[in-house]
Ligand binder design. Structure first.
Ligand code: BGC
Length: 752
C-alpha cells in the first residue's frame, strides 16, 4: 500500500533566513494547514464558480423540455465528440450503453421483454445479476394476450410493463414480439401474437401505446421474418414480395406508423441473402424510407455482422452477448473507419441523432420523468383480467363446464403443469415473478374447504407407470377430473433458440389422457403452452381449454373460468390443425429449409388463409372460442362512409341468447371476387369485442377503409384496391360467418 509521507517530515517550504526561528515555525505550521485544507478549498471555489456559472448561464437547449424535440436533438449532437458519439451507438455491458456525465447523458438500460421486466442480468455474463429488487409482475404471454382480441387489454398490459420498467430504472423494453406464426413448431410462438397480420397489428399497437405512455421506449421485434428458431442465426429467408408486404410486415408498419414505436430490433436471420441487421432493403428502404421511421434500429444480441454493412444499411445501435465492448463493430472499428474516411461522418450523425431522439422523447433528462410502480393491485388485476379473457374454451360437451361447486365433492387434479411454475421459463421473455398462482393453487383458492381436491402428477417429464396408476385411481374415485398438462418452457418446447420437432403432446400425455377419460368420463383437459395435436383423444374428452401461459395470476383466472365466475371469451389467434402435416409450411416441405435457405413457398397462404383456400378442415379454426352463453348475429347493413375516412361501414347486431353475461368477438372478413392477382379465400379486416347481458342486443359498427380491400401489387410497388365485388362476412370465427353482404368498389385505387 502506498502511504503519503507525514507532513511533519517535509522540509519547510518557507525558508527565509531573515526570519526568526519562531516566525519560521509559525509560517511553516500555517503553510502545513493550508496544504491540508487545499483540496477542500479548491472544491469550495469550484462549487462557488460553478454555481455562479449555472446561475448566469441558461439551461442548455437540449435540456429544455419546452423546446422542439429536433432542436434539442441537434443541440445535443453538436456538443458530442466523435468518441462520445461512438459510445452512444454500442453496448458497454449486456444491456446498457455508456453514460456521458459531461453532458448529463445517463447510462441507458434496456431489458427484455414482452411479458414483464426480466430479472437483471450480470453486466458481462448471462447469469442473473443476483439482485433482490428485480422481481416483476408476470403478465400472460403474447399468444394469450392476442387471444383476448382486445387491443385495450394490449394497452393495459403495455402500461403495466411500462410502469414496472420505469420503477426498475429501464429506458427501452425489448418487446412486443410480432413475428407471424408461420409454423406451429416455432419455439417462440408463445411470445408472438398469432398468425394474422391484422390481429397482430391491432394488439401490438395497443401494447406499444400503453408501454410508451410511461416514458419508456418499446422495441418491436424481430424485424423481420424471424419465424423459426431453427438455424435462426444464419437461416436465409426467401419470400415473395406480396407475402412480405401482406403477411410479415404489417404489424411492424402499424407499430411505426400508428403506435409511433421508438425502437425496432433487427432479427438474427437473413433475408434474401443479407442479415437483417444489415439489410438495406428492410432497414433503409422500407422502414426508414417508405414508413418514415424516426427512431432507432437496435441489433438483436450479437446479430450485427460487420462494421460497414451495419453502418451503411440502417443499424443504429449494436448490442451483443459478449465483450470486449470496445471491439464491437460499432466501437473502435467504426471509429477507425470514420477517421480514415472509409465511412462517412453523416452516417454516424444520423445514428446518434436517432439514439438521442429516443432518449429525449422518453424524457431521460427530465427530472419529472415518470417513476413507475411495481406489483400494484392494479397490475395484478390486469394480469388476471388478460388471462381470464385470453384462455380459450375449445370444447364443452353437455355443458360439463362451468363446474357447480355444490354438485362436486371430490375433484382429481392431474398433470405436471398443475403445479409447475411457468413464468420464469422461455429464455429472454422469462420473468422473476413476485409470485405465481399455479392452476392447482388457483383451484384451491377458489373452492376452499367446500370441495376436496386430490392432486397427482400423472407423469414426470416422461411417462411414469407408478404416477400414471396413482392418477388413474384418483380419477376413478373423483366426481370430476381436471387434467392440466400441455407444454412447458424447457428447451425444445416453448422456448427461445430451438423449435419443437413435432406437434404432439410430450411425456406420454396422449396415452395418459385417454386412460383418464376411460376411468372417468367427466374429464376436463386444460392445456398450457402453444398448440398441440389433439386427435388421439379429442373425441373422447368432453371439455378442453387452451390456457397458453397465463402469467402469475393464471391459476386464479383458470379457476374463475372453470367455475363460471367469469365466462370464457378468448378466441384462437391461430388455427389449430388436426395434424402438423396439414399446416402450410410442413405440407409444402417448406420448413425448416434446405442448405441454409428456407423458401416460404406457401406465399400468402399462412394460417387460416391456407386452410380455407385449400379447404383443409382444421381441428379448431382461427378466431374460434366457446362461451357459456350463446350469441346470435343479425341485420348486416353496409353503410357508405364512416369513421376515420372509411369507404363503408359494416353495421350488424349481436344478441346474447343465453342466460349468462358474456363477451363475444365479432370478426369481419373480406373476400374479393375475381381479383387481378390471386388472393386467399378471405382475410380478417376488422373485429370488435363486446360484452352483453342475457337477452341484450347491441349494434356494432366496423368501418372499412380502402386498405381493407387492397392487396400488394409487386409490379406497381403499391397497394391496389381494385374495382369490383367484395363479400363482407361477419361472425364469431373464421369458419362461422352467418352474416354476408356484398360491396362494390366503383374505381381502382392504389396507394403506398
Ligand atoms: C432475443 C431477443 C432478446 C435479446 C436480449 C435475443 O436472443 O432474440 O428477443 O431481446 O436476446 O435478451
Amino acid at each position: 500500500m502506498c502511504m503519503r509521507p507525514p507532513l511533519r517530515s517535509r522540509p519547510p517550504l518557507f525558508h527565509n533566513s531573515n526570519l526568526s526561528p519562531s516566525k519560521t515555525r509559525f509560517f511553516t505550521s500555517f503553510h502545513q494547514k493550508i496544504v491540508r485544507l487545499k483540496p477542500l478549498c479548491l472544491a469550495a471555489i469550484f462549487i462557488a464558480r460553478f454555481a455562479a456559472y449555472a446561475a448566469n448561464s441558461p439551461t442548455p437547449l437540449y435540456l429544455d423540455p419546452t423546446r422542439p424535440l429536433e432542436s434539442r436533438v441537434n443541440d445535443l449532437l453538436s456538443k458530442l465528440t466523435i468518441e462520445e458519439k461512438i459510445a452512444i451507438i454500442h453496448a458497454d455491458s449486456k444491456f446498457t450503453t455508456a453514460a456521458i456525465p459531461r453532458l448529463q447523458i445517463p447510462r441507458r438500460w434496456m431489458s427484455d421483454g414482452p411479458h414483464g421486466v426480466r430479472e437483471d442480468i450480470g453486466p458481462d455474463t448471462w447469469k442473473p445479476a443476483g439482485h433482490t429488487n428485480d422481481f416483476s409482475t408476470a403478465m400472460p404471454a403474447g399468444v394469450c394476450l392476442a387471444a383476448t382480441w382486445d387491443p385495450d387489454l394490449g394497452y393495459s398490459e403495455g402500461t403495466v410493463i411500462g410502469q414496472e420498467a420505469r420503477a426498475r430504472g429501464k429506458d427501452i423494453m425489448l418487446g412486443p414480439g410480432v413475428n407471424i406464426l408461420r409454423t406451429p413448431l416455432c419455439g417462440r410462438n408463445f411470445e408472438y401474437l398469432g398468425e394474422d397480420p391484422w390481429l397482430t397489428s391491432r394488439m401490438a399497437v395497443g401494447f406499444i401505446r400503453g408501454e410508451q405512455s410511461q416514458d419508456i421506449s418499446s422495441c418491436v421485434k424481430h424485424f423481420a421474418l424471424n419465424n423459426q428458431e431453427y438455424d435462426r442465426d444464419t437461416i436465409d429467408v426467401e419470400v415473395d414480395e406480396r407475402a412480405l408486404r401482406e403477411i410479415y410486415l404489417p404489424a411492424f408498419r402499424a407499430a411505426v406508423q400508428e403506435a409511433g414505436v421508438w425502437c425496432v430490433m433487427g432479427a438474427y436471420n437473413q433475408f434474401r441473402g443479407q442479415h437483417c441487421c444489415e439489410n438495406g432493403y428492410l432497414l433503409n428502404d422500407i422502414l426508414k424510407g417508405e414508413w418514415g421511421f424516426k427512431g432507432l434500429v437496435v441489433s438483436d444480441w450479437d446479430a450485427a455482422h460487420s462494421t460497414a454493412g451495419s453502418a451503411l444499411n440502417g443499424l443504429d445501435l449494436e448490442m451483443g452477448t459478449d465483450g470486449p465492448y470496445d471491439k464491437f463493430y460499432f466501437a473502435t472499428p467504426y471509429l477507425d473507419a470514420l477517421k480514415s474516411g472509409s465511412l462517412p461522418m453523416a452516417g454516424l450523425d444520423d445514428k446518434v441523432r436517432r439514439n438521442l431522439r429516443v432518449m429525449l422523447a422518453t424524457d431521460v433528462f427530465d427530472p419529472a420523468r415518470k417513476t413507475g410502480s411495481l406489483n400494484t393491485a392494479d397490475h395484478q388485476a390486469v394480469a388476471r383480467h388478460v388471462a381470464e379473457e385470453g384462455i380459450v374454451l375449445l370444447k364443452n360437451e353437455n355443458h360439463l363446464l362451468p363446474i357447480n361447486p355444490d354438485e362436486v365433492t371430490n375433484i382429481a387434479v392431474i398433470g405436471e403443469n398443475a403445479t409447475r411454475l411457468q413464468t420464469h421459463g422461455g429464455d429472454s421473455s422469462a420473468i422473476k415473478a413476485f409470485y405465481e398462482i399455479t392452476p392447482l393453487q388457483g383451484l384451491v383458492n377458489r373452492v376452499g374447504r367446500r370441495v376436496n381436491i386430490t392432486y397427482s402428477e400423472g407423469y414426470d417429464h416422461r411417462p411414469d407407470p407408478t404416477l400414471e396408476a396413482r392418477a388413474i385411481a384418483a380419477a376413478k374415485s373423483a366426481d370430476l377430473v381436471i387434467y392440466i398438462g400441455g407444454l412447458n418452457h424447457d428447451k425444445g418446447y416453448d422456448c427461445e433458440g430451438q423449435d419443437r420437432t413435432d406437434m404432439r403432446l410430450p411425456f406420454g400425455q396422449d396415452d395418459l389422457i385417454s386412460k383418464l377419460v376411460a376411468a372417468n368420463p367427466k374429464t376436463v383437459v386444460v392445456l398450457e403452452g402453444t398448440m398441440v395435436e389433439m386427435d388421439p383423444w379429442l373425441d373422447k374428452v368432453p371439455a378442453v381449454l387452451q390456457a397458453w401461459y397465463p402469467g402469475m395470476e393464471g391459476g386464479n383466472a383458470l379457476a374463475a373460468l372453470l367455475f363460471g365466475d367469469v365466462n370464457p371469451s378468448g378466441k384462437l389467434p391461430c388455427t389449430i390443425p388436426r395434424r402438423l402435416a396439414d399446416s402450410p409450411a410442413q405440407a409444402l416441405h417448406a420448413y425448416p429449409g434446405v442448405s441454409g435457405t428456407v423458401t416460404y413457398s406457401e406465399g400468402l397462404l399462412v394460417g387460416y388463409r391456407w386452410y380455407d383456400t385449400r379447404e383443409i378442415e382444421p381441428q379448431f379454426p382461427f378466431g374460434f372460442g366457446l362461451s357459456y352463453t350463446t350469441f346470435q348475429y343479425s341485420n348486416l347493413k353496409l353503410v357508405a362512409g364512416g369513421l376515420g375516412g372509411a369507404l363503408v361501414t359494416a353495421q350488424f347486431a349481436i344478441t346474447n341468447t343465453g342466460s349468462r353475461d358474456g363477451a363475444e368477438v365479432a370478426q369481419l372478413y373480406v373476400h374479393q371476387d375475381n381479383p387481378g392477382l390471386p388472393r386467399p379465400d378471405k382475410e380478417l379486416k376488422g373485429f370488435q369485442k363486446i360484452t352483453l347481458k342475457p337477452g341484450e342486443t347491441q349494434t356494432l359498427s366496423i368501418p372499412l377503409k380502402t386498405n381493407a380491400f387492397a392487396y400488394y401489387d409487386p409490379d406497381k410497388k403499391a397497394w391496389v384496391a381494385e374495382k369490383g365485388t367484395f363479400h363482407i362476412l361477419v361472425g364469431g370465427s373464421s369458419r362461422d360467418l352467418p352474416l354476408k353482404d356484398q360491396f362494390t368498389l366503383t374505381q381502382t385505387d392504389s396507394f403506398e
